[in-house]
Ligand binder design. Structure first.
Ligand code: FES
Length: 514
């Protein structure tokens, strides 16, 4: 099997039984904030797009690029769909012209014209835009696991199917934390440092568990070409930057005693039949220029691609929209139904849409009275600020997922009192009846499901499954000074009383082992 890198999470798998294209992404995402690094726009996408199968792992726009799919991917491709709880991904792909679909049962291998395929769909409200997925493929010669940025709690289901030849895993950040928080620089730096270490540590655990012949770091990092986001690029030697590039990660991986890492850039080709899996890169000497002179590379990239973002920016303001009444009409019915989310947020969220010329609009989403109203000096624990034009664009587009638009754009700032509260972000990604009801149902089920199994770790008896997203704590848990950290996402618990130190709720059952 041959693997051709196409940038970010996109690869072309040329198997003994057909070709598979995954997650092609070229156009800037999230209000023009994210671009693939390195630039992949020069690839021959019309040729690449003539494939037998298409796999889109989830709806985040650095994986699902509708404009690109519409123009460059052949509609005779069979779409291999994850079994998600809503039909949004399938609907969106049908709208783009795809007509052939197969949807394997999650976690069960299927045979399709000689190719074995398994998709594991993650479906909690906190997984991507209500769903993220990994793809496993076996063509009778090689097995590939494209985990992408899904976070399965364990890899047993894939490993049981035989030794894995190639493992594609996300290693870089894909979030707004901690950069957008209004915190002193030193605090932000400490948080970024810890986050970067945790990202790397998580991949190492996965890599050790997967035990694949070769590892390909993928699904990141993005780069930021807009001048106002330029500081998010990892070009300043700052180890608290959460977007380290492929070269930085592979050097770190090697320092951990792993030499199976392989660099995959847009156009790089890896042949799994080669026992050493030497990778041919398209850029030759430019490979050095790319990483050693990353800033000048990004400046050239910026001058090529920013004009399209500048043109788009001019369309985002919609002065005809009355923000308060539009949000009241849209969000009030959702607030009324959001029982578990409202209990989790337990207060208000202040949202300020700023505009120096037209004036600010200051809104309160009150989860106690379930109302949207003008902010009137109430004390709140959560506050967001963004530009008025961005909020108007969200309303204009009736964007039901503000995580998959505004928040991932990093074009906002945030304040909070107390720990991270996942209910806040679940609400903002569930701004439709369908999604909100799904999330509410999920939380209702969680409350009645007892995590019955326990394990003993360092003298403590704790529930086996992480209260966050059910990672197996016998594998992902580590204890230091009475605090348990789950390395899956880095959440922490105080073992003396089981209190979650990372997020509201989610207590852990723990006691000293006798
Ligand atoms: S599963 Fe997320 S921190 Fe444990």
């Amino acid at each position: 099997m041959r693997i051709t890198g196409l940038g970010h999470a996109s690869v072309l798998l040329e198997t003994a039984h057909g070709t598979i294209l995954t997650d092609p992404w070229v156009n800037p995402a999230y209000f023009g904030s994210w671009f693939p690094f390195p630039d992949n726009s020069q690839l021959d996408w019309d040729r690449i797009g003539q494939v037998d199968y298409l796999f889109v792992s989830h709806l985040h726009h650095d994986h699902f690029d509708p404009e690109h799919l519409r123009r460059h991917v052949g509609k005779s491709a069979t779409v291999v769909l994850p079994e998600f709880p809503t039909s949004e991904l399938e609907d969106a792909l049908r709208e783009l012209g795809f007509t052939r679909f197969i949807k394997p049962v999650s976690g069960e291998p299927v045979e399709v014209d000689g190719l074995q395929i398994m998709i594991q769909a993650l479906i909690s409200p906190t997984d991507g835009p209500i769903g993220d997925s990994s793809l496993w493929v076996y063509d009778g010669q090689h097995r590939v696991l494209n985990q992408n940025d899904a976070r399965p709690s364990e890899l047993d289901a894939f490993k049981e199917l035989g030794p894995i030849d190639a493992y594609l895993v996300q290693f870089s950040g894909a979030i707004w934390f901690p950069m957008v928080y209004e915190l002193p620089a030193r605090a932000k730096q400490a948080l970024g440092l810890a986050k970067r270490e945790r990202q790397f540590d998580r991949t190492l655990r996965y890599i050790q568990e997967c035990d694949a012949r070769f590892v390909f770091p993928t699904a990141g990092p993005p780069c930021f070409l807009d001048e106002e986001l330029w500081g998010f690029n990892d070009i300043f030697g700052d180890e608290s930057n959460i977007f380290p590039d492929q070269r930085v990660y592979l050097e770190w991986l090697a320092s951990q005693g792993h030499d199976e890492g392989r660099l995959l850039l847009p156009g790089s080709v890896a042949d799994l039949a080669d026992p050493a899996c030497a990778v041919r890169h398209p850029v030759g000497d430019d490979l050095e220029k790319l990483f050693a002179h990353k800033e000048s590379y990004l400046r050239e990239y910026q001058s090529r691609r920013m004009p399209e973002v500048e043109a788009a920016k001019a369309t985002w303001a919609h002065p005809e929209i009355d923000i308060l009444s539009a949000l009241t009409e849209w969000l009030t019915p959702l607030l009324e139904e959001a029982d578990h989310i409202a209990a989790g947020i337990d207060g208000g969220i202040r949202f300020t849409a700023e505009d120096a010329e037209r004036g600010d609009v200051d809104i309160l989403l009150d989860f106690t009275t379930r109302q949207v109203r003008a902010y009137a000096d109430e004390k709140v624990r959560y506050r967001f600020r963004t530009r008025r034009a961005y909020l108007e664009q969200l309303i204009h587009e009736h964007e039901i997922d503000w995580v998959n638009s505004l928040f991932l754009s990093c074009r906002f700032s945030a304040q909070r009192v107390g720990p991270y509260n996942e209910f806040v972000y679940v609400f903002f990604k569930c701004l439709s009846e369908e999604r909100l009801n799904y999330a509410e149902g999920w939380f209702a089920e969680q409350n009645v499901t007892e995590a019955a199994e326990t394990v003993v770790l360092d003298g403590w008896q704790v529930q086996r499954r992480c209260p966050h997203l059910k990672a197996d704590l016998s594998r992902f848990g580590s204890i230091d000074k009475g605090v348990l950290t789950c390395q899956m996402h880095g959440w922490k618990w105080r073992l003396a009383d089981g209190k979650c130190l990372t997020s509201v709720g989610h207590d852990l059952r723990s006691s000293p082992a006798s």
